[in-house]
Design a protein around this ligand. Sequence first.
Ligand code: S3P
Length: 203
Amino acid sequence: MIRFGPNRKWTDAPACAPAVREALGQRSLVLVGLMGCGKTSVGRRLAAATELPFVDADDEIEQAAGKSISEIFADHGEAHFREGERKVIARLLRNGPQVLATGGGSFMNPETRVNIKQAGISIWLKADLPLLMKRVMRRDNRPLLKTSDPEARMREFMEQRYPVYAQADLTVQSRDVPHDIIAAEILERLAAGPLARERDAGP
Ligand code: S3P
């Protein structure tokens, strides 16, 4: 069970969290992956552990537009949403260090991928279909899944997007376990993997 202190500190966060925070410098941790993989929940825990701000790109897009994502899709269409998403994420990436959860389609944009590569460390939360479906069916806030067969739609997204998500710096298997377990695993893998390699290579 996660325990947050008074300022949303994660009081029993993995011991490597401060080293991860330090190795990041001005860069952001950027979570990518399909709807329902846990980017927001895991991102909040990563932010608590590293004492960095947590930012959710979808929330920022909604604020910038003054509308919900469903309303943006309904009123202006997906292309308009994607354009706003590209701009908002480019702006947010200039504010590191932070933990940034991105919407599931954003990493498909080549320009956004380049921006993330330059300003952050990307983490793909890879999840299997049953877990994704279990999570997304709890809420009715994803316009792309408002079809007669949302599971078939999700399967298509997996086919189209998984090869692209695989370009992320780190892939972590999302599982049906408490989110703090996944967050701890990410921190440990970052400390032992991409960030450790940079430290060893020196300045
Ligand atoms: C989308 C994912 C959503 C949101 C929009 C489109 C996608 O974000 O950006 O509904 O294309 O996969 P989450 O991945 O946070 O649900």
